[in-house]
Structures are given as C-alpha cells and as structure tokens.
Design a protein around this ligand. Structure first.
Ligand SMILES: Nc1ncnc2c1ncn2[C@@H]1O[C@H](COP(=O)(O)OP(=O)(O)OP(=O)(O)O)[C@@H](O)[C@H]1O
Ligand SMILES: [Mg+2]
Length: 261
C-alpha cells in the first residue's frame, strides 16, 4: 500500500543513455539521464519519432544501448518481471485462457508451484482492478480497457517494480480515455505503483503525471519538471492552462525545428 511519500533511492536510474540503430544508422537517444522513484508517475511527451518507444524498449530490456540503465542498482540487460510493458495493443492477453488464468499462468512460469496460491493471488489482483466478476471470461469477451486492466493486474501480481506504458490509451475515444485515466490513477494510488507513461496528449500528461518530461527531436530531454497541479486535475485547476501552453509551445517548437522552419 502506498504511503504517499517518495523514497530517495531511485528504482530506475538512467545516465548518459545513448541508442543508435544500425540500419539505417540513426542516433535515437542522445545523452538521456533521469531517475524514477517509488510511486512516481512520470509522463513522457515528445514529437513523433523522437525516440520515446525506443527509450521504453531499452528500459524493458528489448534493445542494446550504451550508458547506464539500472533497476534497483542492477544493470538492465534483458527483459525481467521487475519491469512490465502494458501495450496500446489490446491483444496482449493469451486469447485461449480465461481472465483469471491470464494472471495465474505467468505466476506458474515464474516458479509459483502451488495452484491454490496462484489462483488466490490472481483473484486478489483482479479484484484490485475491479474485474472480479469477469474472472471466467475469455479476453475476446472484454472491452479494450478491461483487457488493459487485466494486463495491469497481471503485472502487479508478478511483482513488477515498474509499469511501462507506451501510449496505452491512444486508440480510445475521449470518454473511454478519461475513464481509463481515472481508473489507472485509482489503481496506482491504491497500490503505490511506479509508472513510466508515454503519451502524445498534453492533457493526459498533466492529469496523470507527478512529473513530466519532454523529449526533443534529437532524442534528448528538453524539459523535466514536477507537475505543480494538485490532483484531481481538471482543466479548471489553477495553473492548468499555463502549463498546457508551456508544454504545447515546447512541442510545437520541436515540430517546427523538424520541418526546418
Ligand atoms: N528497429 C529500428 N531500426 C532502425 N531505426 C529504428 C528502429 N526502430 C525505430 N527506429 C527509428 O528510431 C526513431 C525513433 O523511433 P521511436 O519509435 O522510438 O519514436 P517515437 O518517439 O516512439 O515515435 P511515435 O511518437 O511516432 O511513436 C525513428 O526515426 C525510427 O525510424
Ligand atoms: Mg512510439
């Protein structure tokens, strides 16, 4: 359970991170450094193609990189259950097994031998995301948002230290998106989760993040700030429109630089 205070030891430590793709040769991440602390909700904004997904893939352990990425002091070299990606794509569950088994089965793979214990844990986390009554449904019988909540429950049951989300709500309509934002904040607060969240949407970053980072076209960080707006955030919150304009200006400048204007 979260106690509302952020610890001083980072869960995730990134220093001088560079990432270059070979084919074609492209420098995508350029000297990226930041820390993520327990219970942080860090939102990353940036123009298309600036390297946001590459960054999250490096943290997830899917890419080679130079520089430092450490989780709890250990260098990231491959994927691990301490970090879980929740995708925008809703088909991230095993379609042939029920919701409860989608959470319980990875626990088995992870070495939890006792079946009753696995099911109990899966039920606990399904309950936390408000989907207990769907335990025996198959993924195709759920809405997209529900599938994402199952994926979050699975990550939490596996004991993930960090949830990595790459534009998870981009495909949703505005109303479902607002609902999912509320839901995610509720789960996050209740569980004391640590989240790194990529979005194109300034409103989303201001609503969700306790910190906001903006990446520029050169794969560098051009802004990294505490979110000064108190939760729950609404467009009427004091300071909202100033912050929105500030972030919008930064993003617009990057897009204009891109076009050489
Ligand atoms: N496997 C790859 N090989 C070569 N280049 C790649 C590869 N994956 C991505 N890139 C390049 O890296 C750059 C950053 O891509 P990335 O997907 O990280 O951007 P992004 O910020 O997530 O963009 P978007 O907002 O559109 O999702 C792009 O120029 C892209 O063409
Ligand atoms: Mg991307």
């Amino acid at each position: 359970m979260g106690d509302g205070t952020l610890s001083t030891e980072p869960i995730l430590h990134i220093e001088n991170l560079h990432k270059e793709y070979d084919n074609p040769v492209t420098l995508v991440l350029n000297n990226v450094s930041f820390d993520l602390f327990r219970e942080d909700f860090l939102c990353i904004l940036g123009p298309s193609g600036c390297g946001k997904s590459t960054l999250i893939r490096c943290i997830a352990g899917f890419e080679k990189y130079s520089g430092t990425i450490e989780v709890d002091g250990k260098r990231v070299e491959s994927p691990g259950s301490d970090r879980t990606m929740v995708f925008q794509d809703f088909n991230q569950l095993f379609p042939w097994i029920t919701v409860i088994n989608n959470i319980a089965y990875p626990l088995k793979i992870n070495g939890m031998k006792d079946k009753a214990e696995r099911l109990k844990k899966a039920e606990t986390y399904l309950n936390k995301v408000g989907l207990s009554e769907y335990r025996d449904y198959y993924p195709h019988q759920l809405s997209g948002g529900m599938k994402q909540r199952v994926a979050i429950a699975r990550a939490m049951a596996l004991g993930s230290r960090i949830i990595l989300m790459d534009e998870p709500f981009a495909a949703l309509d505005a109303m479902s998106r607002n609902q999912m934002q509320d839901e995610l904040l509720r789960i996050k607060e209740g569980e004391g989760m640590t989240v790194l969240f990529i979005t194109h949407n300034i409103q989303e970053a201001i609503t969700l993040g306790n910190r906001i980072m903006v990446m520029g076209n050169s794969g560098n960080i051009i802004e990294h700030m505490e979110n000064p707006i108190e939760k729950p955030v609404t467009p009427a919150s004091p300071g909202y429109s100033e912050l929105w304009k500030h972030l919008n200006r930064l993003l617009r400048n990057e897009c204009q630089l891109e076009k050489g204007q």
